[in-house]
Write a protein that binds this ligand. Structure first.
Ligand code: AMP
Length: 583
């Protein structure tokens, strides 16, 4: 079939950019290209240019005639193409069947393998224009290679022949690899195009001016990772970030730019916080500046309201979101506040240490009350309109209410088993505060997962017509879930308390092995925590009912929840687990 011995007859199915370029290079190394299929005008033009004199054939003819079949069709077309050709009996013993789709290993080629062919997956980690300039780019380009063990040397040799640098990937890592590469390359194109779009709106500016800076940043990021970060977010320069957002809001016709700016600046701030480049307060200011436009300037204090009557007067007809807290505010609360600002035009934060939800012997008296500091941190967010901080007498003028809500059986397990009446008291005050603030949405933390589930249940069961939004747990850099009660912990207790979050992380890591393994992994961490940690419960439950998951729901999401007393302080934590279930 080929003119010179030892050379292969190569057939290209789908002469897209990659297929045409790879076939061109293989031809250059002495192989014969026996045919190429391509339906679009662009493919035919590429065949004429990069593969002159190669006949354009039907797909089936290409496969029948080739010793090496190069499948370079769009990702989603690959599986049906391979099964279709196999069903028609077109693959044969010993034939090399190669695809170049990033997300697949060789499993997608199983029908060809079953027919005796040798499946190979090679993905050039390079972008192609479909012209001759691509050929130089192939030299030294990394290629992701997946092949069954015996066939791996063939795949490696093929990549080396193409001028590439093979990187062997297991089948299961392909999608993750491809997601990372697409994020780095394709989304970078979007990012630069968006920035060019903004520059193009300024008279007399050539958008190409971003080239040297963008190239230097790319170079820095590739070689030094997060350490290459510079700019206002990394400096905690919230005022500048707020102005950026304002300027981009004004830029009509480019809404995707604003959304990307916000999402990436948020991710940048969070990474800077995690890697220690930013500390809590400036990071929090930056995050608020991102979400806060247009309500008010960062630093403008919210209005403090003490009485029910003043609250009624202060509420406006705007869409309103409420965050209910007991004060001693920390980053966990502020995440809820920022979420509220995304959900509504008017944001109300309530601060009330509700006696009804504390049992005898609990920490009602010593619970931290830090109203001035709370108002200051809320002011820094720049998104809070009203803070409703009533006294106990204002909330319960007739003393303890005689009519209260009952959480029912869902409130008697986990936290409810250890704190009888806690959830009745919680629901009663939440219900009351919902009536007083009349919000469209209310944001609660996943940190108190049982509370969140009960509030959702109450709103559904009683048709209360308010959207309940859950917000993920905010943690300290070392993993401890943020809590107003963390201030009670002595230094050794603070260290011991890490057992809770580590137990949750161990449970999450064991998810693939099933619910039994999740509980064992978490339990092992708690058992090793030492005498300061006294576990109250560790349980895997259905997150909406707080009961053991039904067998038939085994594959659904479950919640791993823990409560423990560390020293004298009761702490809770939880994690959502995606278990495959135990059949
Ligand atoms: P608290 O002031 O403790 O009653 O909490 C008020 C709200 O903040 C509740 O919805 C909590 O779930 C939420 N919250 C408290 N701590 C955190 C945290 N670390 N992450 C997320 N939300 C939290």
């Amino acid at each position: 079939m080929t003119a010179r011995p030892g050379r292969l007859g190569v057939g290209v199915v789908g002469a897209g950019r990659v297929g045409a370029v790879l076939a061109h290079v293989l031809r250059g190394t002495g192989h014969a290209v026996i045919g190429a299929s391509g339906v679009s005008d662009a493919s035919r033009e590429r065949i004429a240019q990069l593969l002159p004199d190669v006949p354009v054939l039907e797909v089936e003819q290409v496969v029948e005639r080739a010793e090496l079949v190069l499948l370079t069709v769009p990702d989603d077309a690959l599986r049906p193409l391979v099964s279709g050709l196999a069903a028609l009996g077109r693959f044969r013993e010993g034939q090399l069947v190669v695809h170049t789709a990033g997300r697949f290993g060789t499993e997608v080629l199983a029908p060809a393998r079953d027919a005796g062919a040798i499946p190979l997956a090679i993905h050039p980690a390079m972008t192609f224009s479909g012209t001759e300039t691509d050929i130089a780019r192939l030299v030294g380009a990394p290629f992701a290679v997946t092949a069954e063990e015996g066939a791996l040397p063939i795949a490696l040799a093929l990549v080396v022949e193409l001028g590439g640098e093979p990187v062997v990937l297991p089948e299961h890592a392909r999608v993750r690899y491809h997601a990372a590469m697409s994020h780095a390359s394709n989304h970078l194109v979007t990012l630069i195009a968006q920035a060019r779009g903004a520059l193009a709106t300024i008279d007399g500016v050539d958008p190409g001016m971003l080239g040297p800076l963008a190239q230097a940043s790319l170079d820095g990021a590739v070689h030094r990772g997060d350490a290459a970060l510079t700019g206002p977010v990394s400096r905690g320069d919230a005022g500048t970030v707020a102005e950026h957002v304002a300027a981009l809001v004004e830029l009509d016709g480019q809404p995707d730019l604003l959304a990307s700016y916000r999402a990436l600046a948020r991710a940048t701030a969070q990474r800077a916080l995690r890697t220690g480049r930013l500390t809590d307060t400036p990071a929090s200011d930056v995050l608020s500046a991102l979400d806060g436009y247009p309500p008010r300037a960062v630093g403008e204090p919210p209005r403090l309201i003490r009485s029910v009557a003043d609250l009624r007067d202060a509420l406006t007809p705007r869409r309103r979101a409420v965050v209910m807290t007991m004060g001693a505010l920390h980053e966990g609360h502020l995440a809820l506040v920022r979420r509220a600002a995304q959900l509504a035009k008017e944001v109300v934060v309530t601060i009330f240490v509700n006696p009804l939800q504390f049992g005898a012997g609990e920490d009602l008296e010593r619970y931290p009350r830090t109203l001035d500091a709370d108002l200051a941190v809320l002011a820094r967010t720049g998104v809070v309109d009203l803070v409703f901080a009533p006294s106990v007498e204002e909330m319960y003028p007739d003393g303890e209410p005689r009519v209260t809500l009952s959480a029912g059986p869902m409130g008697e397990v986990l936290e409810g088993a250890s704190r009888p009446g806690h959830f009745d008291g919680m629901l009663t005050v939440v219900n009351k505060l919902l009536h007083l603030t009349r919000p469209d949405a209310s944001v609660f933390g996943q940190k108190d997962a049982q509370q969140l589930a009960l509030v959702r249940r109450m709103v559904a069961d009683l048709d209360m017509g308010v959207e309940i939004v859950g917000e993920p747990i905010v943690r300290e850099p070392d993993g401890l879930a943020r809590s107003s009660r963390n201030v009670y912990l002595s230094a050794p207790e603070r260290q011991a308390a890490l057992a809770l979050s580590r137990a949750m992380a161990a449970g999450v890591a064991a998810a693939a092995a099933g619910p039994g393994a999740v509980l064992t992994a978490a339990r092992d961490v708690l058992d090793a925590a030492g005498p300061l940690v006294e576990v109250d419960y560790l349980a895997l439950v259905d997150p909406s009912t707080m009961r053991a998951p039904e067998a038939r729901d085994a594959a659904a999401e479950t919640l791993l929840a823990v409560a423990a007393t560390v020293g004298r302080t009761r702490l809770i934590d939880n994690a959502v687990i995606d278990c495959p279930g135990e059949e």
